[in-house]
Design a protein around this ligand. Sequence first.
Ligand code: FEO
Length: 402
Amino acid sequence: MATSVKDPYTAVQVTDRVYWVGAIDWGVRDFHGYATQRGSTYNAYLVLADKIALVDTVKAPFVGELLARIGSVVDPGRIDYVISNHAEMDHSGGLPEVLAAARPEKVFASTLGVKALSEHFSLPSEVTAVKDGESLSLGGATLHFVEARMLHWPDSMMTYLAEDRVLLSNDAFGMHLASSRRFADEIEAATLEREAARYYANILLPLSPLVGKLLEKVGKLGIAIEVVAPSHGPIWRKDSGRVVDWYAGWAAGKANRKAVVAYDSMWQSTAAMARAIGDGLAAAGVETRVMPLRESHRSDVATELLQAGALLVGSPTLNNGVFPTVADALSYLKGLKPRNLVGAAFGSYGWSGEAVGQIEEALREMKVEPASEGLRVKYVPDRESLSECSALGRRVAEHIHA
Ligand code: FEO
């Protein structure tokens, strides 16, 4: 007897009209230098009304999974509209294949999205630009478009479905977290906050002033948002205000009595200095993370720095410069534009000792306010030098703006 073959992947219903049809990437471990130890998801959403719309696609290798999930709800050929909220290829990579399979009546993107898509792909369909505030009727439901320019690309946009009170927020309010669970209320609260903070620190931190403005703009729209459905990680169907409140707090960039001591060491001298500095900070009541950079990924340092008030960086001098791991961390952190930090540099050296001065210069470029002169120790720190390190920690603690 013949058996019917079912689509191997299943969509997950989010609201009356919205289905999750994305893909889970259990294996991705790097996103532009950000270590995604827990993988990610590429969320795409099908909206069913008189017309059927697909909002976003997935990274190209996962397009078969996307089409199969769509197929578990409707034949992909029935899709009328495709909305591209963002041209980055983790969301648009599957677009050419989706358009070829679905042949939708229309494809929509923001004005800058139209341009960005044309600079990525040779698409079989023309893409229509939608302006900020414009709406698209699906018959029985309406999609509203909200530009989120530079959050985090020029083309970024969010789509709001008023009837179901769902904000399809694309990269905003997301996290890189592969899970068999689709909803935030099914995942441990501490995991959610840690992964959302990690995502904010490594992607959105340099855009914090714009995050604040976007939250203000969405607040002024007066729209009711019950469900926040981002393009990465779990969907917030209950208590979605929690993630919005986290964003508001991180965007404000308030310093806390927390310090990050990031360093590398050749013969454990700079390591001994780092530990003594950490001890001085802790003795002054500062929550302290001492992070050896060969064991701590740059994105872990960025995450710890998100709510810190001090950054201290240490390096031995190697070939008249800073250690490679320290240079890597400084370059990465500079791009993230952390705010409201005080700091200092330290390190052991043998004869030339340029590293501390170079770190001070890098901290200046990052607008980290110097809380103390840099501290250099020749070869191996003795008891007195370690006392100076501890005193440096206590001095920095006095300057934290919290
Ligand atoms: Fe900006 Fe998830 O891509």
